[in-house]
Ligand binder design. Sequence first.
Ligand code: TYD
Length: 205
Amino acid sequence: MKGLFITFEGIDGCGKSTQTSLVKTWLENLGREVLLVREPGGTKIGEKIRTLLLDKENGTMAPMAELFLFEAARAQIVEETIKPALASGKVVICDRFFDSSVAYQGCARGLGAGMVKRLNMDATGGLAPDITFFLDISVEEAVKRRNTRGEAKDRIESAGDKFQEKVREGFVLAASEDGRIVTVDASATPEEIFARIQEKIEALL
Ligand code: TYD
């Protein structure tokens, strides 16, 4: 069986985790072996880098330092986890991947999409997802959802609504430039969103 690499992207609070777990269960019921991972993290080294990145005590981090830490965690999870899983025919679902660096560091932090995309390729050795779902939602709606969940904000989530607005613009632009990225209206119900995602994945199975 051929491996399949699926990633989910969007601003904080767009509903990725609901969809990644629905997709995982569905594909497992179809008899596929599925690995669900998240970025940053997913490996021992990656989880340590994640703590560094999201810890509010770390306050302001130089955008370039932030980018390199995300890329370091990425290089590790690609080598250690994603490539071997794909080689053994698994479906790998990743909650965020390199498009997040384009939107957050490239666009919202202002480092520029071009440089971030080049580094992404270096970090992954050229591995790109087969398909990426960009769950698009307004910043207002995402904030409402996050408030209902009542979770504490991490360092990056604390950057404010204007920052999230720029992140969203970054994703919208990336999606307009790359056919790999499928934009899904994430203001719809979870069932509707899942149906649209299923339809796209089915075409790849
Ligand atoms: P996480 O708790 O996983 O957020 P979410 O549940 O919204 O996915 O935290 C990851 C944070 O890191 C999130 O705010 C997005 C940010 N991020 C970047 O800024 N650049 C990246 O390359 C990645 C992968 C994540």
